[in-house]
Design a protein around this ligand. Structure first.
Ligand SMILES: Cc1cc2nc3c(=O)[nH]c(=O)nc-3n(C[C@H](O)[C@H](O)[C@H](O)COP(=O)(O)O)c2cc1C
Length: 188
């Protein structure tokens, strides 16, 4: 078994210490669009899979096309109680109906609330809003995820951890090179 990545305890601690704020599970996830420009949005963190950060998304959304063309991404995550930022860079993997590694996609669907599930039956994200009846709740699909339901896994290879508490502040850079993580304390 691979040893736990050295940044994981710091991130787990931040999640624990900030748990009173539901929004501590929201992070910003930047990808690169087809024109090579950055594209950023808020997503919900849905747990770790080994070293990877798990999120879910709609397979019809733009980010999925972007990830298929270029898997590099960076998450930026600020924890308000402990005043620390994690910038987590790496590659995104998509789990779709044809690629449900270790049934992670099915498990993620089981963990979704009924309300969150409904969104995956809505009409195509980003297209002109036309017919309100298309948003009516569907009762089907409780057990199996619809084809639009995707899991995103961010597999980090660089983590930049900045804590604002100290004076001077503390900043650590974790880097992975061929499965070995290094850590360096740098100036903030
Ligand atoms: C608080 C919050 C949480 C969100 N969580 C998710 C999420 O978990 N997955 C997701 O795909 N979009 C989520 N969104 C919507 C995205 O920010 C974005 O609008 C949507 O995914 C379309 O992005 P795209 O066009 O770049 O694909 C969330 C938005 C907010 C404000």
């Amino acid at each position: 078994m691979m040893p736990l990545a050295p940044w994981r305890p710091a991130l787990a601690r931040a999640l624990h210490r900030n748990r009173a704020r539901a929004y501590c599970r929201y992070l910003q996830l930047a990808t690169i669009n087809i024109g090579g420009k950055p594209s950023n949005r808020t997503v919900v963190f849905r747990g770790f899979v080994g070293e990877a950060l798990q999120m879910v998304t709609d397979g019809r959304s733009e980010k999925v096309q972007q990830v298929r063309a270029n898997p590099w991404a960076e998450a930026c995550w600020y924890f308000t109680v402990t005043r620390e930022q994690f910038r987590i860079a790496g590659r995104l993997t998509l789990l779709d109906p044809n690629n449900d590694v270790e049934a992670l996609r099915s498990k993620a669907w089981q963990a979704m609330s009924a309300k969150a599930r409904q969104q995956f039956y809505w009409p195509h994200p980003g297209q002109t809003r036309a017919n309100e009846t298309e948003f009516e709740p569907v009762s089907e699909g409780a057990e199996q995820p619809p084809d639009s339901f995707y899991v995103l896994l961010l597999i980090p290879d660089r983590v930049d951890h900045l804590t604002l508490r100290g004076n001077p502040q503390d900043r650590y850079i974790y880097e992975r090179k061929s499965d070995e993580w290094s850590v360096e304390t740098v100036n903030p």
